[in-house]
Design a protein around this ligand. Structure first.
Ligand code: FES
Length: 225
C-alpha cells in the first residue's frame, strides 16, 4: 500500500494511505484517548467519542479512529474543540461508572485513569448526575470475574470472543442505559460456551473483566502489576 506524509502535533510522519489517524498517531508514539477502536476492525462504530482530533481545513473535530489519512494532512490532537468534546465524553462515561480505584484490581492499568490523566480531567467529575446501574457481579467462571458495572461498552471483549476466537460467548443485549455485555440468554458465564481463555480479560480496558488471581492479590494487599 502507498505511504503518505502527514503532520501530527507538529511531527512529520509517514503512514499507509487510508489508514486511520488513530493508528498512525499511536504507531508514532502520539497518544490519542480511545476505548472502542480495535486495529482489526476496519469500520469502527466510534461509540466512545474519546478520540476527537482537529484537522487543518476541517470545520469541526473528527474521530481519529474513523478518519482516513490523506497526503499532507495536518492533525492537532490537542486542539481546544477536540479536547472539549473528548472531556465531555469522558465525563458522561464517568457519570455511570463506579469510581473506586483503590479497591479495583485494574488500578493503574485502567485505560480510564490514563485517559483522564491525558485530558487533565478528574475521575470524580460532578458536572453530570451520577447514575449507577447496580448490576450483579458474575464470578461463575473459574478464571475471571465480570463486573458489568465497570463496563464501558467498548465492545473489545465481544469482538475478540466472536470474531478473533470464533467462540461468541459474549454479546450485547438491550438498548440505551440498559445496554450490557452479557452471554446468550444472560446465563452465568460459567454455564455459557465461554472456554475460559481469558482473552476478553486481557482486552478489557477497565476493571470490568479481571482475573481471579488479580482479585486474590488485591484482597491480600499484594502488588497486582
Ligand atoms: S476510539 Fe474513536 S470513538 Fe472510540
Amino acid at each position: 500500500m502507498k505511504t503518505v506524509s502527514l503532520t501530527i502535533d507538529g511531527n512529520k510522519i509517514k503512514a499507509r494511505e487510508g489508514d486511520k489517524i488513530l493508528w498512525a498517531a499511536l504507531n508514532n508514539g502520539i497518544y490519542i484517548p480511545n476505548l472502542c477502536a480495535l486495529r482489526d476492525i476496519a469500520e469502527p462504530a466510534a461509540d466512545c467519542r474519546l478520540c476527537f482530533v482537529e484537522v487543518e481545513g476541517y470545520s469541526k473535530p473528527v474521530t481519529a479512529c474513523t478518519e482516513p489519512l490523506r497526503k499532507g494532512m495536518v492533525v492537532n490532537t490537542k486542539g481546544p474543540n477536540a479536547l472539549r468534546l473528548a472531556r465531555t465524553a469522558l465525563e458522561l462515561l464517568l457519570a455511570s461508572l463506579p469510581v473506586d480505584c483503590a479497591h479495583c484490581a485494574s488500578n493503574r492499568a485502567c485505560e480510564i485513569q490514563k485517559i483522564a490523566h491525558h485530558l487533565g480531567s478528574k475521575l470524580k467529575s460532578k458536572r453530570f448526575r451520577k447514575l449507577l446501574r447496580k448490576l450483579p457481579v458474575d464470578s461463575s467462571s473459574p478464571v475471571f470475574i465480570y463486573d458489568p458495572n465497570k463496563c464501558v461498552l467498548c465492545g473489545r471483549c465481544v469482538w475478540i470472543c466472536r470474531e478473533r476466537l470464533g467462540i461468541g460467548a459474549l454479546g450485547f443485549a438491550h438498548r440505551g442505559f440498559q445496554r450490557i455485555v452479557t452471554t446468550f440468554a444472560d446465563e452465568p458465564i460459567g454455564e455459557s460456551k465461554c472456554r475460559d481463555c481469558g482473552e476478553c480479560v486481557i482486552a478489557c480496558p477497565t476493571g470490568a473483566l479481571t482475573f481471579k488471581e488479580q482479585q486474590a492479590k488485591l484482597k491480600e494487599g499484594k502488588p497486582i502489576l
